[in-house]
Design a protein around this ligand. Sequence first.
Ligand code: ADP
Length: 732
Amino acid sequence: EKEPPLESVELPSSEVVSVGDSFGIASASDELSRLRQQVLRHRFNPTQLRKYKRTDFRRQVLLDRLAEAKRYSRLTRARIAVPFGVQPRDAPVRVDTTMSHTNLDVVRLAIKQLGWRECPSGGGDPCEICWNGLSYAENPGGEDSCVNRFPGIGDLLHKVNLSRALETMRRLFPEEFGFYPDTWFLPHQLAEFTQYSEAAAAEAAKSGQPAPCYIVKPDAGAQGGGIYLIRSAADYSRQQSGRPLSHIVQTYLDSPLLLDGYKFDLRLYVLLLEADPTPRVFICRDGLARFCTQQYAAPNADNLGANLMHLTNYSINKRSRAFVHGNAETGSKRTFSSVLRQLAASMGDSCDVLALRRSIERLCVKTTLAVLPELLVNMRQRGATVGQSPRCFQILGFDVLILSDLTPVLLEVNSCPSLRLDYEVELIPGVSEYFISPVDVQVKQALVRDSLATVERWMLQRTDQKATKPAAHSSRSEEKIRQNQTAPSNDLELDETENMETDADPGTDTNNENDLEQDMETEQPDQGPIVESEPADSACTIGCMTEIFPGSGRHFDLQRLRVLEGLADLFLTACGGRRGCVKLGATAFRGLARKCSLQRVCGLSMADANILYIDLQRRWEYLSSDPTGGICFQAFAEGFFKMAENFRMGGGQSRRDSASMLDKVSSLLNHCCDCMGLGEKQPQQSLQQKQKINHQQQLPTLVSKSDSNRKRKVGKLAAEIREEVLILPEIV
Ligand code: ADP
């Protein structure tokens, strides 16, 4: 039977097979119909081949399928044009939840509410989104898929690293970075801390006050573990549980805002989208407030060890008999919005809730911008193209303490905030049971759902060539969210089968999840009304997620804080742009000094450069497992600031002493960027460009860049496929 010419072959979309440049056809013969069945049964994408080692049997299975498909194509001598790897616009977004771990419940709920599809076994085509419950692992979906982790961000947010990044920014913008307590790293800075604490104690004694208090936290600690209060450096003990540990010590903020006499802190959720060329920061409208279970009193000799009074950690307080579970308004864990309502009710006009929200937002943006340069270093060293974020997003948990004068203070940032919806109660010693926590459900399900919808909109923006206005990208998910918000959402239960790929792993144990979902049916729905009314602005808001940077321009003035991104470029260039290299070696440092004529402009001879390098290495070795490997970005920044202090324009006069650190650093950075051929990367210039893009609220540059990139990738991929297997002439 003569086959119809290629152009006239039309298959219903259900019969479309995605194989490389794709092909498929109908035919009459038995052999052909057998093959056709085979081909249509297995959705297959050649990018999967790259997931498996050559020795992996799964690779062979895929190759066999591909061979069948090719044979089918050869016999039918026809092809159809299916755009490579492109999902139809109205197809549900698929989420790979294989690695979701403890996030599975909340992610599943979000998928259900958005009408998306869960791929619990991850098999088949790469999903559009991969949800990873732990730290960053390579994106299993490859470059076309989006993963909920940025590479290396977990390390950057460890207590010591975060403090360092904030300290670096504080030196440039002292008036903007006062929201973090004074911090020392012990035992490394024990001498400085001892000196400071003695001077502070003497000062306090003069005015008849008790010596100030300090809080000691293990660097790698979490959930309040190993934390204690001290009054002097002499009380510090490096040994804990018989092991020497590194710590940070901070001034203890002894006048927190109290509610009903109890200390509390806030857990607020921030979504970071994209980092390069411009980070987009969203904040979740609601969050959690975690209360102590013992009434607060300023620290004194008797209560220094009272953790239930001074530490707000859930993991510590849940063990107390006084802990009240499950009430969003009066319990020991409440919603942020309910706390705002209570504050407004109890403090009246003296509590400007809107101003408090704004200052918290600014704190979140500034903190994000502080870690951004090092995040860019991490991403580019993993192969990300300049100006082109890999497809990552991440929900970060900001812990914030409100002081009695309503000033928010940052305590820490959690890169993997808990997204659990349940809590554990020990019924009798050794026997625990899990219950749904309505407060967690209320906050976290909206958080994850709306974050995913925000990510979907971003993915559309990145891929849609015709996109000119973000407003045009209202996705189906956003519609769903709107519906969810208007209709009471008592559909918290998950229909196991409804949103799953049919190839679900039969071995997956979903019993516990079923129980959990059934329990949830009885729980209360989504967010309640928020107390204060916000003035309308043009911020991009999807459900409970509002863009706070660069967004509406609400915090637009913070653009000027992005100076150190230029330094990150310089650091990377000095490192030689080698993939995987996150440290600057001595030779590269000397090379930078030579190329930038630092002897002429900063008076830094080669011998001085060597001494400076060794000093930096020594000062930062406590942060590095392999100090011989070179210095990290933060150490480089410290050295750069030192050099900037002596910078003389044109080798002439040293910059006026009155010039601020920011001026000095910017001037030296401009000079070095020129010398290293990074002219267009000068901070001022790139800042202006960025401002222009952000101000217009448009993403045309991003879109066109990503498109051309995608085309390049597709071309590259096609070439690889041709290499891997023999593709027939009629297919190619
Ligand atoms: P962890 O990561 O172990 O939870 P945190 O830095 O969050 O450590 O501190 C634990 C708790 O200690 C906080 O929730 C807060 O209640 C209290 N805390 C931490 N730092 C300070 C501080 N500088 N002043 C007052 N209280 C603090």
